[in-house]
Design a protein around this ligand. Structure first.
Ligand code: MGD
Ligand code: MGD
Ligand code: SF4
Ligand code: MO
Length: 705
C-alpha cells in the first residue's frame, strides 16, 4: 500500500522518557509511526514536547534495538526462544543460590523502571522473590536523600513535598537545572514557561556552581562551591532565626523536636560560610529576608544537592527552611501530591533504614536496598555472600555509577548475568542472556510515581498504541514468567500478578480520587483533579504522628558538618572540583543512538573556566587528561566562563566504546564517561547515596600514549 493510500490515525499516549510525563500525539500512516507532537488537550502538559519526545521515532525504528531474547555464545549472540531463556535463567540462578546462598544473586534496577507501569508495578515483587540482600537501584546515585529525609521526618519515603510552582512567588532552587532536565521530583511539563511566569510575578533564585540554562534565566544566581549546600542552608536558617520567630502556628500539636533542631543549627559556627560556599553572609541574609517576605515561597533542591557528602543533611535543612517560614504544606509553598493511585498509606512501603548492612563496607540498607556505590565491592570481594550472578533491569550501571571502569571489569568476573534491556550496551554486553521487553508503545501505562510528584493533581491512562506481536513478551510478562520459573526451580512460592489494567483498577480503588478505569478510558488526554492541597499533616506516618524535626541521624550529620566546616582547610590549589551536567538532548546514558538527538555541535567536552585554563597553560579545544583518585580520562576541554572558577564539568552518559557494544550511532560519538572519575568511597554520610558531584580532579594537557 502506498503511503498516500494508507489510512492515517492519531493516537494519544504519555511520554515515558522523563518525569515531565507529557501527553503526546502520535500520527500514524497505516501502522507506521509518522510524526509525534505535544498533545494540546493534555491539561498538565498543554502541548509541551521536547526533542527526546520526537526521538521516540528514532528509537522505534532503531535497528540496534533488540526484538528477541539473545544468548551469549562466546563473544557472539544468538537468538533464543522465550521458553528456553526463562528455563536457563531459572536453572542458573537457582543453582548459584543453592551452592552459594541467596545473597549470591544480585539485582540492579535502573531508571526506566519508574517510567513504565509494566516495570514498576511488577519487578519489585520479583526482587523480593530473590530473597537476596544484594538489591540495588539507580535511586542511590540519585534521590536517596529525599526518601530518607521524608521517611525520618514524615514517616514515609514517598511523602515528599513538591514546590507548588504555579502558585509560588519566590523559588529558591539549589542543584537543579530543569531547563535541561525538564524537572525532577517535580513533574511540571513545560517547566520553562512555568518558571518564566514565576520569575515575572516573583523571584527565581538559583544556587549552582554553574550558570546553568536555568540560572541564566533566573532573577538571581549565586555560584556555590560544590558540596557546601548544607553550610549555606545552616547559615540561611540562622539568618531566618535572626529575622523573625518561626511561623509554625499551622503545625502546632504536630511538631516534635523543632526547638532541638533549631538550637542545634544555631550552635554551628558559620563564620567561614563565605570561604566554604563562595556566598557571602550578607547575601544569605538578603535571601532569608526575601524568602520570609514573599507570600508564597519555597526552597527546593535536587540532583546537585542529593549527590554530595552532606546530601541528606541538606535535604533535611531544606524541609526546615520551608517549615520555619510556614511554607511547608501550604498553598504556593511545598506540599505533597495525593495521587489517584496512592504512594503512601495502607498497603504501601513506608520505608526502612539500617535493618542490615552491606557485607564488605558495612553500609546501611535503605528501604530494602543497599547503596549501588558498593556493588563493585560485593562482586569483587570473595567470601560467603559474594555476588556471583547479577540481574539488571533497565539499567546501565557501567556508565551511571561511580568507578564504572572497575564495575565493567567486575561484571566480566560474574558466573552468570541476565539483563532485561533493549540494547547491547556498556553493561548488558556482559550478560549471558538479554531479555528485551516488547516495545513500550504496545503496553498500557499509568504513571505510578510521577503523578505523585506533579505540581497539579492529575491522572491519565495511556492505552497501547501499537499491537504487541505474538512472539513478544511485555515487561510485566517477563517479570511474571521469570519469577514463576525461578519459584519452580527454588521451591519458593509465587503467584503471578494480574495484567496491568486489573492492577490499575485495584490501585484506583485504594485511592482518594473516586476515579475508575472507565473514567480514565473516557478521558484519553488525562484528567485534571485540581491544584495541590495541604494534606501532609493528616497523612503523617511517623510513630509519634508528628513531624519529626530532629531525627537523631540528622543531628549526627550536623555534628559531622560542624567539624568539617569549622575551619577552612588548605586545599591543594591544583585540584579542581568535578560536577556533572545534563542537556536537553540526552537521557542519562541510553539515548545517544537516536540520530535526531546527537546531531549538532559536540556537547561532550570538559568545561572549564578560562582562568583555570590559563593557570594550567591550556587552550580551548585542547585534548586534556583528567585524573581523579580512581581513574583517568582523556577528552577535549572547552572554555566556559559560566562555570565557577575552580569547578569543571562533564556530562554523564557518554563513553559508548567498550568491545561488543552494539550502538551504531552512539559508538561514533566522542566523549568519555564521567563515572570513570567518580569515586565509590565518596558517599552521602547518612543515606549512602553516591556523592557524584564535587569530586577532586586534576587537569593537564594530554600526553601522547
Ligand atoms: N556522574 C553522574 N552519574 C550519574 C548521574 C549524574 O548526574 N552524574 N545521574 C544519575 C541518575 S539521576 C540516574 S537516574 C542514573 C541512571 O542510571 P541507570 O538507570 O543505570 O542508567 P540509564 O542510562 O537510565 O540506563 C537505562 C537502561 O535501560 C535501558 N532501557 C531503556 N528503555 C527501557 C525499557 O523500556 N525497558 C527496559 N527493560 N530497558 C530499557 C537502556 O538500554 C539502558 O540500558 O544515573 C546516575 N548517574
Ligand atoms: N534532558 C535530560 N533530562 C533528564 C535527564 C537527562 O539525562 N537528560 N535525566 C533525568 C533524571 S534521571 C533526573 S534524576 C533528572 C535530574 O534533574 P536535575 O535535578 O535538574 O539535575 P541536573 O540537570 O543534573 O542539574 C543538577 C544541577 O546541580 C548543579 N550542581 C552540581 N553540584 C552542585 C552542588 O554541589 N551544589 C549545588 N547547589 N548545585 C550543584 C549542576 O551544575 C546542575 O546544574 O533529570 C531527568 N531529566
Ligand atoms: S519533556 Fe520531553 S522527554 Fe520529558 S516527558 Fe516531555 S516529551 Fe518526554
Ligand atoms: Mo535520576
Amino acid at each position: 500500500m502506498s503511503a498516500s493510500a494508507a489510512t492515517s490515525a492519531t493516537r494519544y499516549r504519555a511520554c515515558p522518557l522523563c518525569e515531565a510525563i507529557c501527553g503526546l500525539e502520535f500520527r500514524f500512516v497505516g501502522e507506521r509511526l509518522h510524526a509525534i507532537h505535544g498533545d494540546p488537550q493534555d491539561p498538565l502538559s498543554r502541548g509541551h514536547i521536547c526533542p527526546k519526545g520526537n526521538a521516540i521515532i528514532d528509537l522505534e525504528n532503531d535497528p540496534d534495538r533488540l526484538r528477541t531474547p539473545m544468548q551469549r555464545v562466546g563473544n557472539d549472540w544468538r537468538p533464543i526462544s522465550w521458553e528456553a531463556a526463562f528455563a536457563l535463567a531459572a536453572e542458573k540462578l537457582a543453582a548459584i543460590q543453592a551452592s552459594h546462598g541467596d545473597d549470591a544473586v544480585g539485582l540492579y534496577l535502573g531508571n526506566p523502571n519508574v517510567h513504565h507501569f509494566g516495570h514498576i508495578a511488577y519487578f519489585p515483587k520479583l526482587a523480593r522473590l530473590l530473597h537476596s540482600k544484594n538489591i540495588y537501584s539507580a535511586s542511590s546515585v540519585d534521590q536517596w536523600p529525599h526518601h530518607l529525609v521524608s521517611y525520618l521526618m514524615f514517616g514515609h519515603q514517598f511523602l515528599i513535598p513538591i514546590p507548588d510552582l504555579d502558585r509560588s512567588d519566590y523559588l529558591l532552587m539549589l542543584g537543579a537545572n530543569p531547563l535541561a532536565s525538564n524537572g525532577s521530583l517535580l513533574t511540571a511539563p513545560g517547566i520553562h514557561k512555568r518558571l518564566k511566569s514565576l520569575s515575572q510575578r516573583g523571584r527565581l533564585v538559583v544556587i549552582d556552581p554553574r550558570r546553568s540554562e536555568t540560572a541564566a534565566s533566573a532573577n538571581e544566581h549565586h555560584f556555590i562551591r560544590p558540596g557546601s549546600d548544607a553550610l549555606f542552608l545552616i547559615a540561611l536558617l540562622q539568618a531566618m532565626q535572626a529575622e523573625c520567630p518561626p511561623r509554625i502556628d499551622r503545625y502546632l500539636g504536630k511538631l516534635a523536636g523543632f526547638d532541638a533542631a533549631m538550637q542545634a543549627i544555631a550552635s554551628i559556627d558559620t563564620t567561614a560560610v563565605a570561604a566554604h560556599t563562595g556566598i557571602s553572609a550578607e547575601c544569605i541574609r538578603k535571601i532569608a529576608t526575601d524568602f520570609l517576605q514573599a507570600r508564597h515561597a519555597v526552597a527546593y533542591g535536587r540532583m546537585g544537592v542529593s549527590t554530595q557528602i552532606f546530601g541528606s543533611l541538606a535535604q533535611w535543612l531544606l524541609q526546615l527552611v520551608n517549615l520555619y517560614a510556614g511554607q511547608l504544606d501550604a498553598e504556593g509553598g511545598s506540599l505533597p501530591n495525593e495521587p489517584a493511585i496512592p504512594l503512601t498509606g495502607p498497603g504501601t512501603q513506608a520505608g526502612s533504614y539500617g535493618r542490615w548492612k552491606s557485607r564488605v563496607r558495612g553500609l546501611p540498607e535503605l528501604s530494602g536496598e543497599l547503596p549501588v556505590a558498593t556493588l563493585i565491592d560485593e562482586i569483587e570481594t570473595p567470601g560467603a555472600g559474594q555476588i556471583r550472578a547479577l540481574l539488571t533491569v533497565a539499567g546501565n550501571p557501567v556508565l551511571s555509577t561511580p568507578n564504572g571502569q572497575r564495575l565493567d571489569a567486575a561484571l566480566g568476573q560474574l558466573d552468570f548475568m541476565i539483563s532485561i534491556d533493549v540494547y547491547i550496551n556498556e553493561t548488558t554486553r556482559h550478560a549471558d542472556l538479554i531479555l528485551p521487553p516488547a516495545w513500550f508503545l504496545s503496553q498500557p501505562h499509568f504513571d505510578l510515581i510521577f503523578n505523585g510528584f506533579a505540581v497539579r493533581r492529575y491522572a491519565r491512562l495511556s492505552p497501547p498504541i501499537h499491537v504487541q506481536a505474538a512472539d513478544e513478551c511485555a515487561d510485566w510478562q517477563i517479570a511474571n514468567r521469570l519469577a514463576s520459573a525461578l519459584a519452580a526451580a527454588t521451591g519458593r512460592e509465587w503467584r503471578d500478578l494480574p495484567a496491568p489494567r486489573e492492577l490499575i483498577q485495584a490501585g484506583l480503588a485504594r485511592g482518594p480520587s473516586g476515579l475508575t478505569l472507565a473514567d480514565l478510558d473516557a478521558a484519553p488526554h488525562g484528567i485534571d483533579l485540581g491544584p495541590l492541597q495541604p494534606s501532609l499533616l493528616r497523612r503523617l506516618q511517623t510513630a509519634s504522628g508528628n513531624i519529626e524535626c530532629a531525627p537523631p541521624l540528622m543531628l549526627q550529620e550536623l555534628e559531622r558538618a560542624r567539624c568539617c566546616f569549622a575551619s577552612v582547610a588548605t586545599e591543594d590549589p591544583t585540584l579542581l572540583r568535578l560536577i556533572g551536567r545534563r542537556e536537553l538532548r540526552n537521557n542519562n546514558s541510553w539515548m545517544h543512538n537516536a540520530a535526531r538527538l546527537i546531531k549538532g555541535k559536540p556537547r561532550h567536552q570538559l568545561w572549564m573556566h578560562p582562568d583555570d585554563l590559563r593557570a594550567r597553560g591550556l587552550l580551548d579545544g585542547m585534548r586534556v587528561q583528567v585524573c581523579s583518585k580512581v581513574g583517568k580520562v582523556v577528552t577535549e576541554v572547552r572554555a566556559d566562563a559560566d562555570l565557577m572558577p575552580g569547578v569543571v564539568s562533564l556530562p554523564h552518559g557518554y563513553g559508548h566504546t567498550g568491545p561488543g557494544v552494539r550502538l551504531t550511532l552512539a559508538g561514533q560519538l566522542a566523549g568519555v564517561s564521567i563515572n570513570d572519575l567518580t569515586d565509590p568511597s565518596l558517599l552521602d554520610g547518612a543515606s549512602g547515596n553516591a556523592a557524584l558531584n564535587g569530586v577532586p580532579v586534576s587537569v593537564a594537557a594530554a600526553v601522547a600514549d
